[in-house]
Design a protein around this ligand. Structure first.
Ligand code: ADP
Length: 162
């Protein structure tokens, strides 16, 4: 049977940190579903559809990576998909408390689920979507922080050129 895991997040936009976690996950699972959350409470730069499209562009030709979107509870989405493994990334101790709570809650809601955590690679430890957006908006160099396609979309968004 095919092993599948879901990597949920906002991905606003996808960064080198996310890409690294996804690629490393494809070494363990046959398929990795990158699930973009439609979160109405958060103010996103890119629409859910655009965030999905950008990730699809980044992984074009990689048939181990599937991109999807979901709204509502993650456990309901996993239930519909029949997936039992969630992947998340950990950058620093600061991520730990929130992630620990999230994993516990998800398991309380569904005992059959488990979350696998991957440590961020050293070069990506300080990358977050938020910081990437800030640097780009202020005209800084983001070429080492996001894939080239993402850089193009960000510049288009902020400066309407590429
Ligand atoms: P959220 O909106 O829940 O903060 P994100 O879309 O930012 O989620 O990230 C999804 C997952 O990827 C989270 O588990 C987050 O900790 C992880 N992540 C984000 N940036 C990095 C990075 N640079 N390296 C490793 N993991 C990361």
């Amino acid at each position: 049977m095919e092993s599948i895991a879901v990597y949920p997040g906002s991905f606003d936009p996808i960064t080198n940190g996310h890409v690294d976690i996804i690629l490393r996950s494809t070494m363990i699972f046959d398929k990795v579903v990158v699930a973009v959350a439609k979160n109405y409470q958060k103010d996103h730069l890119f629409s859910t559809e655009d965030r999905v499209k950008i990730i699809e562009e980044v992984f074009l030709g990689n048939d181990k990576v599937v991109v999807d979107m979901f709204s509502g509870l993650l456990i309901n989405y996993l239930d519909i998909k029949g997936v039992k493994v969630i992947i998340r990334g950990l950058r620093a101790i600061s991520d730990f408390e929130f992630e620990f709570q999230l994993a516990q809650i998800n398991r309380k809601l569904n005992r059959k689920l488990d979350t696998i955590y991957m440590m961020a690679s050293e070069e990506n430890l300080y990358i977050s979507s938020k910081i990437v957006k800030e640097i780009c908006m202020l005209g800084g160099d983001i070429s080492k922080l996001v894939p080239q396609i993402v850089q193009k979309h960000l510049k288009e968004k902020f400066f309407n050129n590429f």
